[in-house]
Design a protein around this ligand. Structure first.
Ligand code: PLP
Ligand code: TYF
Length: 394
């Protein structure tokens, strides 16, 4: 049965992570996979998460199944966290999922079950797994222009021109904030234009928000999502606790649907449960249990928000340091885009040859396409990275 399966390369980001781990050099730099690291290069468990885990360990009454929705209290808290105060709050329903990946697939399965001919439009470029997840669910995927390779910022004119062509049967997948891989986010004006176009032409917006709080702050990063939630009749959302709670391997996320009525939302979620039953059945409980304890407790919420702010400030500080160092050493502003980007990533556009040199000569690991995980840098490595880039460029 298995003899016809060809050897495969797999996910290039994960492959790079393995290659880095096997590199014996001590001075190496992992700027690949999107994981937050502190200035020691570690990804520690957040303090609020540690506290919540202790409480959970002492008080968790059972390991019995939770049901297909997952942890219901967690879904209510997450829905309030993302949509509370918007006009969508009382006509939305939430499914607890294994990470945002699980949420993306849950939403994709929902689209495939209700509108099998739909086309999902993703940004060019987009998160490496957007296309495979949508296609595995049987959906057609096409892309809309996003990044201007010269400025490394969003070409909103080109993006909106393409979006203006979408209509019924089209799903527009947007990054809520901290665009992966580019780091370039759209303006609030562009979010408004998208809302207007959705209302005029009938396409369905779908916001994937996996880095809330790692850009300008928890509220600020959700402004575009909130604008849509207040203005469009229907909306799909996938979200993740992997980055902002640091729960990566616990696989903690949520899928939300905003429909025209509370009843429609519940019916939709029931269908999503049925679809989940056909694959993983129920999501893992631990991460959601931790998030729930944090969001239900004022002191833990404050502690969590404080640490998240510190993480974000570290990345913003690194971005400024990089720009300063590049300005000094190149006598130009060509790398100023580092400070204009949000979240952990910056897409430099460095070509394969340059990435190979950075890896071979300096032990610097960067994802294909030139995506740098700024959060993987240590402060003292900034000059080394800048020198290496300049040397590899010339
Ligand atoms: N969406 C985006 C834009 C991402 O960058 C990621 C990756 O971390 C995900 C979704 C998947 O996140 P998770 O690890 O929660 O499945
Ligand atoms: O883009 C990233 O680096 C993160 C982590 O198959 C990731 O989103 C990357 C690849 C993958 C799963 C997670």
């Amino acid at each position: 049965m298995f003899e016809t399966i060809p050897a495969k390369k797999g996910d290039s980001i994960v492959a790079l992570m393995t290659e880095f781990a096997n590199d014996p050099r001590t001075e190496k730099m992992d700027l690949g996979i999107g994981i937050y690291r502190n200035n020691l290069g570690e990804t520690p468990i957040m303090k609020a998460v540690m506290e919540a885990q202790k409480i959970l360990l002492e008080t968790e009454p059972t390991k019995a199944y939770q049901g297909l929705v997952g942890d219901v209290e967690y879904t209510e808290l997450m829905q309030h966290f993302l949509l509370g105060g918007t006009k969508a709050a009382d006509r939305a329903a939430t499914l607890h999922t294994p990470g945002a990946s699980g949420a993306l697939r849950a939403v994709a399965d929902l689209i495939a079950a209700t509108q099998p001919d739909a086309t999902v439009w993703i940004s060019n470029p987009s998160y490496v797994n957007h296309q495979p997840i949508m296609e595995r669910a049987g959906l057609k995927v096409r892309s809309y222009p996003y990044l201007n390779p010269e400025t490394k910022l969003v070409d909103e004119t080109a993006m909106l021109a393409k979006i203006a062509e979408l209509g019924k049967g089209d799903v527009l997948l947007l990054h809520g904030c901290c665009h992966n891989p580019s780091g370039a986010d759209i303006t609030l004006d562009a979010w408004q234009s998208i809302a207007d176009l959705a209302n005029k032409n009938g396409f369905l917006p779908f916001v994937d928000i996996a880095y809330q709080g790692l850009g300008d702050g928890l509220d600020e990063d959700a402004q575009g999502l909130h604008l849509l939630a207040n203005q469009v009749p229907e909306l799909l959302i996938s979200t993740s606790c992997s980055k902002n709670f640091g729960l990566y391997r616990e696989r903690t996320g949520a899928a939300m649907v905003v429909t025209s009525s509370r009843q429609q939302a519940l019916n939709t979620r029931a269908l999503m449960c049925e679809l989940a039953r056909g694959s993983y059945s129920m999501p893992p409980a631990h991460g959601a249990g931790v998030v729930k304890l944090i969001l239900q407790d004022d002191a833990l919420t404050t502690l969590w928000k404080q640490e998240l702010k510190e993480m974000t400030a570290r990345v913003t500080g690194l971005r400024s340091a990089l720009v300063e160092e590049f300005q000094q050493k190149t006598q130009s502003n060509q790398f100023d885009y580092f400070a204009k980007h949000k979240g952990m990533f910056t897409l430099t556009g460095f070509d394969d040859e340059m990435l190979e040199k950075l890896k071979a000569d300096f032990g610097i690991y960067i994802v294909k396409g030139g995506r740098i995980n700024v959060a993987g840098l240590k402060e003292h490595e900034v000059p080394k990275l800048v020198d290496a880039v300049i040397r590899c460029q010339s």
